[in-house]
Design a protein around this ligand. Structure first.
Ligand SMILES: NC(=O)C1=CN([C@@H]2O[C@H](COP(=O)(O)OP(=O)(O)OC[C@H]3O[C@@H](n4cnc5c(N)ncnc54)[C@H](O)[C@@H]3O)[C@@H](O)[C@H]2O)C=CC1
Ligand SMILES: N[C@@H](CCC(=O)N[C@@H](CSC=O)C(=O)NCC(=O)O)C(=O)O
Ligand SMILES: [Zn+2]
Ligand SMILES: [Zn+2]
Length: 371
């Protein structure tokens, strides 16, 4: 079938809107009509060429929501008409990782997903007879896409697509990192580096669990007001500390000795180090969420860990997609979490590049593309 897609033909170039061909679902696969998709920083990162797994041409996009149109043979849990959220972290419930109960990082299809193909090693998308790569197993920058059944969370039919698409990445990543990965407890002090589409959801999660002090760090002063609305108690703009400002010392002082929990939501190894080092001696836990470019590495003095700080990471907020995503949709529908205030811009697919430009200028939190 013909579908409309924003295609990434080359790293560093704008997306191009084209009619591409999509094959129907094979065994275990599902054809989904995408109704809404968000622009996450990770899409921008891959398009920039900094992603060591970045492949071109590809149809990017991994934060979406839509409706099942057709199912392939052997699909057991979904049927046409079901409302779904694509999962870049699938949940097969059968692999060693799923069965371990220690991680959400299902390994059933990770190898082929990283190569931009479906589990059988082929692509369903093509343009002028040549294959186009899938992206993060989702490719939501197209009005129709094909995914394995294990990479779809079935959600309630009354949830609005133009809001709950965000649970496909940003909301779950931020809130989940607090609840499922770091397991922040009531009364804790929390420092969040980066108050974008992810960091604001970390703030929202910290407020939900009853954290006491919630400090946000960002170089964009416009982020202070929205972060306060989501529960931030203190704002620090590192630029206000001057060229030789000691951000770590400042945060340690603000938290009365160090944060119980810190989160890096930018993708900058320098900030990852600062986030670790502002954590409290003896027990502070620092969670890396940001994705850093190819070749970048983190460093710190081993003494920081010897003296009891812990450095951990979180992918998709530690959430098990098919199990947890429908629950998070319920939280939204019950007004227990706020998504609406974070969706700052709406665009048609034809103007998707404007969304990435606004992200680069720090003007948007989340832009939604509606089909
Ligand atoms: N681990 C995971 O599962 C996921 C990771 N990510 C990653 O999380 C990171 C954040 O993503 P988004 O929130 O969508 O990005 P964003 O672009 O919306 O937000 C980034 C924020 O960081 C701030 N910032 C930039 N440089 C800074 C600095 N030097 N000091 C303080 N603040 C600074 C920006 O002003 C902005 O507010 C990205 O690296 C993204 O790839 C995103 C989704 C899932
Ligand atoms: N391809 C990158 C890795 C990018 C990465 O870490 N992705 C996150 C999700 S980011 C969503 O917006 C993730 O879930 N990682 C786990 C995984 O298995 O990829 C690289 O190679 O550096
Ligand atoms: Zn994302
Ligand atoms: Zn699995």
């Amino acid at each position: 079938m013909d579908v409309r897609a924003a295609v990434a033909f080359e790293a560093g170039k704008p997306l191009e809107i084209e009619t591409v061909q999509l094959e129907g679902p094979r065994e275990g696969e599902v054809l989904v009509e995408i109704k809404a998709t968000g622009l996450c920083h990770t899409d921008k990162y891959t398009l920039s060429g900094a992603d060591p797994e970045g492949l071109f041409p590809a149809i990017l996009g991994h934060e979406g929501a839509g409706v099942v149109v057709e199912v392939g043979s052997g699909v057991r849990h979904l049927k046409p008409g079901d409302h779904v959220i694509p999962l870049y972290t699938p949940e097969c419930r059968e692999c060693k990782s799923c069965l371990s109960r220690k991680t959400n990082l299902c390994t059933a299809i990770r190898a082929t997903q990283g190569k931009g193909v479906m589990p059988d090693g082929t692509s369903r998308f093509s343009f002028r007879g040549k294959p186009i790569h899938h992206y993060m197993g989702c490719s939501t920058f197209a009005n129709y896409t094909v995914l394995p059944e294990i990479a779809l969370a079935k959600i309630r039919p009354d949830a609005p697509f133009d809001k709950v698409f965000y649970i496909g990445c940003g909301v779950t990543t931020g809130i989940g990192a607090v609840l499922f990965t770091a397991k922040v407890e009531a009364g804790a002090s929390v420092v969040v580096f980066g108050l974008g589409g992810i960091g604001l959801n970390v703030i929202q999660g910290a407020k939900m669990v009853g954290a006491d002090k919630i400090i946000g760090v960002d170089i964009n002063p416009a982020r202070e007001a929205i972060a306060r609305k989501f529960g931030m108690t203190d704002f620090v703009n590192p630029n206000d500390l001057g060229p030789n400002g000691d951000i770590v010392g400042h945060l340690v002082e603000l938290t009365g000795g160090g944060a119980d929990y810190s989160f890096e939501c930018v993708g900058n190894p320098t900030l990852m180090r600062q986030a670790l080092e502002c954590a409290h001696r003896g027990w502070g836990v620092s969670t890396i969420i940001g994705v850093a470019g190819a070749g970048q590495e983190i460093s710190t003095r081993p003494f920081q860990l010897v003296t009891g700080r812990r450095w951990i990471g979180s992918a998709f907020g530690g959430a098990r997609g098919r199990t947890d995503v429908p629950k998070i949709v319920d939280w939204y529908m019950e007004n227990r979490i706020d998504i609406d205030d974070l969706i700052t811009h709406r665009l048609p697919l034809e103007r998707i590049n404007e969304g990435f430009d606004m992200m680069a200028r720090g003007e948007s939190i989340r832009t939604v593309v509606e089909f």
